[in-house]
Design a protein around this ligand. Sequence first.
Ligand SMILES: [Zn+2]
Length: 117
Amino acid sequence: MKYCQGPKCHTYRTKDRIRGPKGAKVYQTRRRSSFYYLGGNACSMNCERDWFNKFGEQAVNHFGRIHEPIKLTEENAWFKYRDWRNEGDRFYFANQLSEQRIPITEEQYNNPSLVRP
Ligand SMILES: [Zn+2]
């Protein structure tokens, strides 16, 4: 079990966040075995956004802000392409920059370690 990392989770007034005996009730951060937001760390889109609003800038700076464009060169721009046809599918390596297209076998198409011609 883990707690939602949303810094304002406990301020959203829903019944499932209420804990404690009568007269001493509190709203508290949600706790679940799994979450769908923030990579499994937030209970809702609101909590995900709250986290990012509070920590996003620091996180980007901490893990490495991009100061130069990242480039995808021609030699790394290959992708596999399946041409669906009634008479039998055809398989290709295609390059999204050079627009080259190289026929391959279905076996090559399905081989995950083969990523470029
Ligand atoms: Zn939350």
